[in-house]
Design a protein around this ligand. Sequence first.
Ligand SMILES: Nc1nc2c(c(=O)[nH]1)N[C@H]1C(S)=C(S)[C@@H](COP(=O)(O)OP(=O)(O)OC[C@H]3O[C@@H](n4cnc5c(=O)[nH]c(N)nc54)[C@H](O)[C@@H]3O)O[C@H]1N2
Ligand SMILES: Nc1nc2c(c(=O)[nH]1)N[C@H]1C(S)=C(S)[C@@H](COP(=O)(O)OP(=O)(O)OC[C@H]3O[C@@H](n4cnc5c(=O)[nH]c(N)nc54)[C@H](O)[C@@H]3O)O[C@H]1N2
Ligand SMILES: [Mo]
Length: 672
Amino acid sequence: MEQRSTACPLDCPDLCGLTVTVEGERLVRVDGDRRGPLTEGFVCGKVRKIADHVYGEHRVRAPKLRVGPKGSGQWREVTWDEALGLVVDRLATIRARSGGEAILPYHYDGSNGWITGYGLARRFFRRLGASNLATTFCAAAATRATHGLYGVMPGVALEDFAHAKLIVLWGVNPSATGIHLVPVIERAREAGAKLVVVDPRRTPLARRADLHLALRPGTDLPVALAVIHALFTRGHADRAFLAEHAVDVDELARRASAWTLEAAAHEAGVDPALLDQFVELYAASSPAVIRAGWGMERNRNGGSAIAAVLAVPAVAGKFGVRGGGYTMSNGDARWGVSPEPGIGEPAPATRTVNMSQLSTALRTLRDPRIECLFVYNCNPAATAPDQRALIEELRREDLFVVVHEQVMTDTCELADVVLPATTFLEHRELRRGYGTMRLFDSPPVIAPVGEARTNTELFAALLERMGLVRDGDAMTDDAVVSKILAGAPEGASLRTQLAEHAVASPAHGPRPVPFVDVFPGTPDRKIHLVPEALDREAAEQVPGGGLYSYRPDPRTDEFPLALISPSLATQISSTFGQLRTAPAELELSRADAAARGISTGDPVRVWNQHGEVHCLAKVSTDLREGVCLLPKGLWRKHAHNGYTANALIPPAVADLGGQATYNDARVQVAKR
Ligand SMILES: Nc1nc2c(c(=O)[nH]1)N[C@H]1C(S)=C(S)[C@@H](COP(=O)(O)OP(=O)(O)OC[C@H]3O[C@@H](n4cnc5c(=O)[nH]c(N)nc54)[C@H](O)[C@@H]3O)O[C@H]1N2
Ligand SMILES: Nc1nc2c(c(=O)[nH]1)N[C@H]1C(S)=C(S)[C@@H](COP(=O)(O)OP(=O)(O)OC[C@H]3O[C@@H](n4cnc5c(=O)[nH]c(N)nc54)[C@H](O)[C@@H]3O)O[C@H]1N2
Ligand SMILES: [Mo]
């Protein structure tokens, strides 16, 4: 037995250092270590059981070619040489006949690293002249809003929540999605901090909160604007801070004045007295931190909602003290290096396809139509919107689908070629946290399973076989890491830190205090409360509107219930879904269940104009009336008819960033 150090690059803010026990190059046990500030030696339940993922029956161990009709589950195992030969042949034929844009690379972040998430795949598809992909499943609206207001600037360090006197969890559920923040919140509470949760459902932390605003999904924008309006009109705005650090103050105040607390409370379906309490508590508390999450960006108003929520600490002047301000993505720590130099190829001026509208792109794009979908780090058949239409398109015999994967996902089942991929325990990765401000260089700690190859190995082989390699190209993980770290002055300090500890902090330190140690990354270093670019972009989506203009609830008499799909504690999106045996359950409020004669355990159907899901019902006391829930990340096998929440999600985008609107489904439910 031997213990080795690595880090967990799964899509989670916590970014844990890991101690991995290995016997004969095989994984025996995974524990959290203490190199990062939050992990405190414990690892989440998902990663503790990762051996079931690495060695389980669903693992793809060798390349496979489809032999029967699409989706029939008939495969022939082949050598890498044969599989690569076929892929290269098809790509070359499609490119020669229809142009590179007929090829669409399709990925999100997989394990969130700079090597597998970026890396040689980008170089390969750029050199092919393939279509570009806008990666909009997640954080697209949030990133646009944050960067519009603050530029690239890290927020409050998660470990500094311990200093806060008020913690506001706004559209975020750390009990499932970043558990290492929970003990920090508990410690702050023991020291007297108050807790507010803004979430349509009673999350585990909402149950313990001092105040829970159970608003209707998609109504964060009027609520945040009403809070801003009240801060201004009640004399709680920090005029000195705003004069020094912000622009567009009057314009924000003017736009916010459209919403009184009463009007916003009515729209959100909450008691106005609770909103009033929130304003007074927030104004009176310091340090006060708003932890903004991604639950509120995934609707028609998502971008403006995030912008309005992030404007709140500016208006109230909550920055400048440790534990005060906001936290959105701390991926905005100033690392001074980026993955781009590892690729060495600029993006071509080819067309861009929005990944959240894949069903529409496959159905309607012409000149050229998409003939090849090359999927890696992603499971769109389970995670993309408009699932029913998408699966119809993926079944097309004239669409060539390649999937590089660790396990036989729903997307693999619809592929022509499945190529076995390594997990993060089997390859090197460079990863910076988007919660904790650390950068880990995590080495492989076990031998690759079966014939699994890394993303780098796969795309290096494709570059070579298609004659696309150029002098000086980094072709291995090690060479890519060297190029990334050599790329900037800060690289030298990072290289030293990583060589010594395999973990590094940014130059501003791991716990910068906003407006003391770091300032907005906008050109004038000020907060732009109504950025022109965002205003213009929002106006394109909301005719006659702009930033902070509200689109009302899309519910109709036919489809009156809002369906949300928050994260499961047991998975990361659809990752690890193969290990879930429990069937899909639709959670309904007591009132909505009673109105339909539905009890826990009843088979139900949930439907709208996009699709239909057959599953079991669960009556929940944690949901407000008018809201139902099917979790994100379920696989097709979990529902009785092979469709998940994603079959109910419209292929529409939010007001900013082309963001998917996962929480904008409106549905009807009945007993089956
Ligand atoms: N265990 C686990 N951890 C994860 C993930 C996972 O799947 N499982 N996913 C990772 C990824 S990809 C991400 S992006 C993050 C996401 O992290 P979070 O943002 O915490 O994730 P969600 O569960 O999507 O949504 C959070 C909360 O938003 C609420 N919500 C839904 N609609 C609204 C709304 O309109 N307004 C408000 N205020 N709240 C709303 C939901 O009820 C939910 O409790 O977590 C990461 N960590
Ligand atoms: N209904 C609903 N759906 C949602 C959401 C929602 O709120 N509601 N939220 C969305 C969000 S926040 C996100 S981030 C997306 C995520 O959706 P996806 O991007 O599809 O992410 P995962 O479901 O985690 O699937 C990632 C896949 O990549 C594979 N993988 C991991 N590492 C590697 C690697 O190194 N190489 C290769 N080749 N493969 C690898 C994993 O095995 C896994 O199957 O889902 C979105 N889907
Ligand atoms: Mo995400």
